[in-house]
Ligand binder design. Structure first.
Ligand code: NAD
Length: 358
């Protein structure tokens, strides 16, 4: 199969591959769409088994960013960078400087930020060679850790979902949270403050202990979280939490959490709908983090300081979009993930038409 025939390539504007032997850099920058604005999406460093695996991941993630940015109503398209290498042993300042040079070569069509395996300290090195870097700290436009904003969006999204599906507020509702890392821990605090009861699971015992002490959450093993007696299941760990096996065990009527790629496949999304479980599409409900990053890009572009009020305005708009997805799902009797994909695609193609006509 050639690159252009690959299903993952479909819809992409461009794919850029860079190598710098001296710096140890091998990276791919995929630009899915710039219809709504420059493509934005984090950089992942991962020890991919092959260049092909890295390419497929870059393409998959960049398209997902187009959809996420469109649903967050940002003037940004979707892109993603992947660096091939072991983030524990192969990171050097020279590698990230070379990565900055690669971004610069893409000519402003792609803005990077952090993702798995890449920290703000790494991106500081990239910043020496290009301005198209967000997610840094220590300058007036900097947006800081996006996790609290992601958690705030997820919290409000859970509140909306519980109101719509169960006609209740959060007081006395039980929420099972899978993963209490950055997003999950902030989310637990907010839910606790709203009177929810919590059941939590993680593979990190320290994280579990801290959240349980702060919120009174009941701890269960990672395997048992799917059997918890809870009205809401909030995936906040890795992707693929909802599959045919776990779905058969879940008692929740609402699935709403911060993790990316929660559905193992589209079929499981249809099964959720058929069973009357309200699913808040992941890339809609977890859009707070990219809104925060977009606030930084906007501030850098305009030469201004980061504006939390703009982020709040966009977060509010994101939750209106979540309502729109759920309204249409109800009216058209179709799963929420399908409706969300359709709205995202329509927003992107409208922007492309407007750009072509301008
Ligand atoms: P994190 O690494 O801080 O937290 C993930 C937690 O999940 C960790 O504590 C980890 O130990 C735990 N975990 C791993 N495997 C598990 C398992 N099998 N069972 C239970 N727990 C397990 O990451 P994060 O920043 O909190 O992000 C969580 C999820 O949200 C990820 O899918 C991420 O892509 C997504 N996300 C994060 C943000 C953000 O702003 N941080 C924004 C959008 C989406």
């Amino acid at each position: 199969m050639t690159l252009f025939d690959s299903p993952a390539f479909e819809g992409h504007e461009g794919v850029h591959a860079f190598a710098d032997e001296a710096a140890g850099l091998k990276c791919i920058i995929a630009v899915h769409s710039t219809a709504r604005g420059p493509a934005a999406g984090g950089c992942r460093m991962w020890n991919y088994p092959s260049a092909e695996a890295a390419l497929v991941d870059a393409l998959r993630l960049s398209r997902a960013m187009s959809y996420k940015n469109a649903m967050a109503d940002l003037a940004l398209g979707g892109g993603k960078a992947v660096i091939i290498g072991d983030a524990r042993t192969q990171k050097t300042p020279a590698l990230f400087e070379a990565f900055g040079g690669a971004i610069e070569d893409v000519g402003g069509k792609y803005w990077t930020a952090e993702d798995v395996g890449v920290s703000p300290a790494d991106l500081m090195h990239a910043r020496k060679r290009t301005r198209y870097v967000a997610g840094l700290t220590g300058h007036p436009a900097a947006s800081g850790d996006p996790s609290p904003v992601t958690a705030e969006g997820v919290f409000r999204g859970i509140k909306i979902s519980v109101r719509r599906r169960l006609n209740r507020d959060l007081d006395g509702i039980t929420v099972a949270i899978q993963g209490v890392g950055h997003v999950g821990a902030y989310l637990a605090q907010k839910l606790h403050a709203a009177g929810a009861k919590l059941v939590i699971a993680d593979v990190n015992q320290d994280a579990l202990r801290q959240v349980a002490e702060a919120t009174g959450a009941r701890i269960v093993t990672p395997g048992a979280i799917f059997d918890a007696d809870a009205e809401v299941f909030a995936p906040c760990a890795l992707g693929g939490a909802i599959n045919a096996d776990t779905l058969a065990r879940l008692k929740a009527k609402v699935i709403a959490g911060g993790a990316n790629n929660q559905l193992a496949d589209p079929e499981v999304g249809r099964a959720l709908f058929a069973q009357g479980i309200l699913y808040a599409p992941d890339y809609v409900i977890n859009g707070g983090g990219i809104i925060n990053v977009a606030g930084e890009i906007r501030a850098i572009d305009q030469g201004e300081a980061f504006d939390p009020a703009w982020v709040e305005m966009k977060l509010d708009r994101l939750l209106q979009t979540l309502h729109e997805v759920m309204d249409r799902s109800l009216a058209e009797k179709r799963p929420t993930h399908e409706v969300a994909n359709e709205i995202a695609k329509a927003r992107i193609s409208l922007a492309a038409q407007q750009k072509a006509a301008a």
